[in-house]
Design a protein. Sequence first.
Length: 156
Amino acid sequence: MALSGARLGKHPIHPMLVVIPLGLWVTALVFDIVHAFTGNPAMRTAAFWNIGVGIIGALLAAVPGVVDWYGMTGRAGRLATYHMLLNLGAVAIFAVNWFVRTRVASGSSWPLILSIVGVIGVGISGWLGGELVYVERVAVEEDEDRRREARQRRVA
């Protein structure tokens, strides 16, 4: 498979950016769990801001993801579509989670439940992303790509 369309040099941008929402949302889940056991309001506040910034990060990561997805066909294209739909669903779940936190009492279990569902969703989606890279070889520079590039440099 060829290198992805959205990249800096030879490095795909989407994988660089996805760690932002993933890290923030998993950390928000940890804060929600701590809040559930301790009742510490600072944990709920930290989770709230992690979710909000994670949504922004996810939307930023989606831009190069869509650029990469646009040219995919076959099994890789189907996996990439499922990956994208799961990610969009996760963003929607976390957006609802963020909104719910402004409307429910501190003792409500809804924020924790939504965080669990959202993290499970991005976990499955991340597995599909790994399948795209490690099995379908999306955005991976193969030896033949390096040899072709070296030949082009020698000719020029």
